[in-house]
Write a protein that binds this ligand. Structure first.
Ligand code: AMP
Length: 197
């Protein structure tokens, strides 16, 4: 591999990206594609928590009851999990956060960890409510049962939407219409990242 393409190349700018948006907005798909494109890790807190549950460890046991009901896992557990994860060497050139932060306390925790969020790019993916319900009811995950879906959307509305104003003031905030073909959405994301829009 050419030196300029080496993953530890010090000249590569650090790209830190946060995806906001309700469950079902397409964050996971876009975050995964963008991570591959930028050669930085996608950090999905939902996936990480599901792995802890599968392993049956302490964090998994603590998180499981909240997740099963569609509620949020306590902030201090998420903040510690992220603190450890972003200090790993593969995060040296940045990372994409998918599903974190989800509360103001988590956002403040992150801000302290990384010393300011002015250079962080925040994509707020929005999709009409009816479309979200349609997408979520077809996914077949344990927490996609009607009650849990309702609770997850409610938690998002109450506890995560305040982050829109939070990041609008502090970061490079972009609202993204997620009710468009995947390709179109992805083209917009890369155009923002590459400074073309
Ligand atoms: P997700 O896969 O991002 O939809 O997350 C699935 C579930 O994991 C959520 O419904 C929450 O119970 C839990 N979870 C994931 N990320 C967080 C977070 N940042 N704060 C609290 N709970 C979370």
């Amino acid at each position: 591999m050419a030196a300029a393409n080496h993953p530890r190349d010090a000249s590569r700018p650090k790209a830190r990206v946060i995806f906001l948006g309700p469950p079902g907005a397409g964050k996971g798909t876009q975050a995964a594609r963008l991570a591959e494109h930028l050669r930085i890790p996608r950090i999905s807190t939902g996936d990480m928590l599901r792995e802890h549950i599968a392993q049956g460890d302490e964090l998994g046991r603590a998180a499981a009851p909240y997740m099963a009901k569609g509620g949020l896992v306590p902030d201090h557990l998420l903040i510690e999990m992220i603190r450890k994860r972003i200090s790993e060497p593969d995060c040296l050139h940045g990372y994409i956060l998918d599903g974190f932060p989800r509360t103001l306390r988590q956002a403040e925790g992150l801000e302290q960890m990384i010393g300011g969020t002015a250079d962080v790019i925040v994509f707020d993916m929005e999709v009409p409510h009816d479309e979200l319900m349609r997408r979520l009811s077809g996914r077949g995950r344990d927490d996609d049962k009607a009650d849990a879906v309702k609770k997850r959307l409610q938690e998002y509305a109450e506890r995560t939407t305040p982050l829109v104003d939070y990041y609008r003031e502090r970061s490079r905030f972009h609202r993204i219409d997620g009710f468009r073909p995947q390709e179109t959405v992805f083209a917009q994301l890369t155009s923002v990242i590459e400074g073309r829009s």
